[in-house]
Design a protein around this ligand. Sequence first.
Ligand SMILES: C[S@@+](CC[C@H](N)C(=O)[O-])C[C@H]1O[C@@H](n2cnc3c(N)ncnc32)[C@H](O)[C@@H]1O
Ligand SMILES: [Zn+2]
Length: 309
Amino acid sequence: MRPALLEVLRCPVCSSELAVDGDELACGSCGGRFSVEDGVPRMLDDRLPGIAEKRRELEAWPEKARAEGWYGEDDSTDLLLPSVPWDDPTWSANEHSFNLLLKRHVRPGLRVLEVGAARCWGALHLVPRGVEYVATDILADPVIGLGRGAFYERHVGPFERVQADGENLPFAPGSFDLVYCVASLHHALDPHRMVKEMARVARRGGVVAALNEGTRAPGASEDNPQQESEKAYGINEHVHTVWSYVGAFLAARIAITRLEQAEGYDVIGQRRRLRHVLRVPLVGRTAATLLTQNLSEYSGITIFGRKVV
Ligand SMILES: C[S@@+](CC[C@H](N)C(=O)[O-])C[C@H]1O[C@@H](n2cnc3c(N)ncnc32)[C@H](O)[C@@H]1O
Ligand SMILES: [Zn+2]
């Protein structure tokens, strides 16, 4: 852990500054103590709201991965992410949306926070672009969680990893220029709270983005059959409408700058009527996205915004 990280790190319970005390970080205000393991500060605390459900989720991911046979280090695939060498709609939507983020919002020297980074594949693309990247997740697992970041560090150089709850981020206000997540906001027990936290730790005018969050049409069931297996393991899966995400962004005082189908427009452009809507100057893409979001039972959305105040 570098001194620059300690400068912005705060107690997740009471937001106070922390002091190094031996191998631990100590909060002088509420008595919280946080270990640092393999350079990764462990900033979960039993006093955080919903901590039992979050601890259950972080046990559940490796259990599910083992049962399904994907708990293992696959160096060649991990060096391609978010691109994968097989047909996978989730990864291709991640790739489309992450490329938008890289192209439009990433510049050398930016301080970037990822919430729900899992293996930290974002580092592959951000660190070589001269960004100060901090990866966070509740999952610190060595193979499918933040621990796997050590593999990426060997390839791209050092970056920071912090085990943290996105609904209670252990950082000072205004610490980052860009705060984003990929398919993680829908895991929040309270998505409004997570977006508010992402906005709090962004600087004024900074970018806040949620990439490829699963959505449902307003009339569709909150029980998405595709999430059943995760839920059975104790993973906190939810599916919200696009309007609920828009509401969370606006409530956190983030002005939405772009709302896009997570997979881009090629798929919806194959539908004749939507193809016509897409061609309408200026508003066509947003209109086609909102129509798709309201008409498709389940879909995915990518939202970019800027913190206003
Ligand atoms: C579907 S995975 C996506 C992981 C990664 N962004 C990717 O695309 O490979 C969701 C991630 O969100 C993390 N997560 C769930 N609840 C969280 C929370 N409250 N705070 C931070 N991360 C959380 C999970 O541990 C998991 O790594
Ligand atoms: Zn404290």
